[in-house]
Design a binder for this molecule. Structure first.
Ligand SMILES: Cc1cc2nc3c(=O)[nH]c(=O)nc-3n(C[C@H](O)[C@H](O)[C@H](O)COP(=O)(O)OP(=O)(O)OC[C@H]3O[C@@H](n4cnc5c(N)ncnc54)[C@H](O)[C@@H]3O)c2cc1C
Length: 416
């Protein structure tokens, strides 16, 4: 009988980072417990497609148990980790304690409202399936209400869609919403006068997609204009009460819809950890992605703060999370083999954001380009990265249908 105890690797979070660690340890002689408060892995880059009625939630999410069906050294447990004792090496889950030898904290991020508390109540966000479906229901309801609203001012407020935040999510959502209105809703609501409708993208800074090179920022502005999006740069949102947005210059904007895409901060479970933190509540980790005081604890993905060679924080991106997950799996294996740990180095695969049908901006191998070719790359890359052959086929079919028939098939208002 083999009485050797297998080391226990506990991974919190089945997002991009957590999944990669679990996969990287698939052949390791360890016992892995993967915990997530959801039973699915979510492909967040396509959440906005759920919000604009382009895809079903099930097409961008995959049950974790299905993903790891064949991995014998892994057990999945659904539940929310409420606290972590780094000294005694256990986490609290659903009221019980789970001990570990190695901890990988890959709990991601949550929406950052930067103290605008009313936004949590009145604003819409895109973070998980629930918030994306709520956004879809809300957007579609606005058209329903506007179609039988007699008062012009009220109608305009119902048909004014404000998106705050000129990063990739804001840009993608604004472009897609502009298109939904121009190509689809016009056909569904022939009685609405669409000259009363507006999609507005507010950005506090002087440009959209601040991390992108100037030529792509310019191209994004141009492409959004083609999609009938009003882009307001240097425009701060100061408040929102569900009816009116107050802008930095004191002016107001009547709208029933505000989608907040302007910020993220580390997940709630990270808040209580008594370790060194950087901006946005992210945990400052060693270059080997673990903690100096608790070296058996790795923190990766959106929840971790790692600087690049220029001292700039790595962005909250799936590509960063995936690469950190890969390095962490290797480092756990190296630790077990008594080898020195690897230093994490991010290999930037480039930048890519879509602005809607036939329109995207990209920087790959140092070359910037925009328009149709960038969009084709975006489409294929996203289909390739979605988990599950069935989902890939369904998304491909959906997009082809929408492309040829100018249709967004999931125009369903459902109960939440
Ligand atoms: C709308 C949107 C669009 C985006 N678009 C892009 C894009 O185009 N390209 C790109 O590269 N990146 C994009 N990102 C960012 C990307 O999704 C994140 O950088 C990436 O998901 C981070 O991976 P992660 O593993 O750190 O966290 P996540 O993928 O967020 O996974 C964290 C997991 O931890 C779980 N969890 C959290 N707390 C607990 C707890 N206490 N107990 C148990 N489980 C817990 C969560 O349920 C979640 O499953 C986008 C993000 C959003 C929200």
């Amino acid at each position: 009988m083999n009485t050797t105890r297998k080391l226990h690797v506990l991974i919190v979070g089945a997002g991009f980072a957590g999944l990669e660690v679990a996969r990287g340890l698939s052949k390791a002689p360890v016992r892995i417990t993967l915990i997530d408060k959801h039973n699915h892995h979510l492909f967040q880059p396509l959440l906005y497609q759920v919000a604009i009625a382009g895809l079903l939630p099930s097409q961008i999410a995959h049950p974790v148990r299905t993903i790891f069906r064949k991995q014998k050294n892994l057990a999945f447990q659904m539940g929310e980790v409420t606290s972590i004792d780094l000294e005694k090496k256990f986490v609290k889950l659903n009221g019980s304690a789970i001990a570990y030898d190695y901890l990988v904290l890959a709990a991601g991020a949550r929406t950052n409202f930067f103290g605008f508390e009313a936004l949590e109540q009145y604003g819409l966000q895109l973070k998980d399936i629930e918030t994306a479906v709520r956004t879809r229901n809300h957007l579609l309801s606005m058209f329903e209400q506007a179609s039988h609203e007699a008062e012009v001012e009220k109608r305009r407020a119902l048909l004014t869609f404000v998106i705050v935040g000129g990063g990739p999510t804001g840009v993608e959502t604004a472009g897609a919403l502009g298109e939904l209105m121009t190509h689809v809703m016009r056909k569904d609501y022939p009685r609405i006068d669409f000259s009363e409708a507006r999609v507005m993208l507010l950005e506090a800074g002087p440009s959209l997609l601040a991390a992108y090179p100037p030529e792509l920022r310019e191209a994004t502005l141009r492409l959004l204009k083609d999609k009938h999006v009003d882009v307001c740069l240097n425009t701060k949102m100061q408040g929102y009460d569900g009816q009116r947005v107050v802008l930095g210059d004191g002016s107001t904007l009547a709208t029933q819809t505000l989608i907040w895409t302007a910020g993220a901060k580390a997940a709630v479970v990270v808040d209580a950890l008594e370790v060194e933190k950087a901006g946005l509540g992210r945990v400052r980790v060693e270059p080997t992605l673990n903690l100096m005081r608790f070296p058996e604890t790795f923190v990766i993905g959106d929840a971790a703060y790692v600087a690049d060679s220029n001292g700039q924080p790595l962005p909250m991106l799936s590509t960063v999370a995936i690469q950190q997950g890969q390095t962490t799996a290797k480092n756990i294996l190296r630790w077990m083999a008594g080898k020195p740990l690897l230093t994490f180095e991010y290999k930037d695969p480039g930048l890519l954001a879509t602005v809607g049908r036939n329109a995207a901006v990209a920087r790959i191998f140092g070359i910037s380009f925009s328009g149709f070719i960038a969009w084709v790359i975006w489409v294929f890359l996203h289909i390739y990265r979605i988990i599950g052959f069935r989902n890939r086929l369904l998304v491909m079919f959906n997009w082809a249908w929408d492309y040829f028939f100018y249709d967004n098939q999931v125009r369903l208002i459902t109960k939440e």
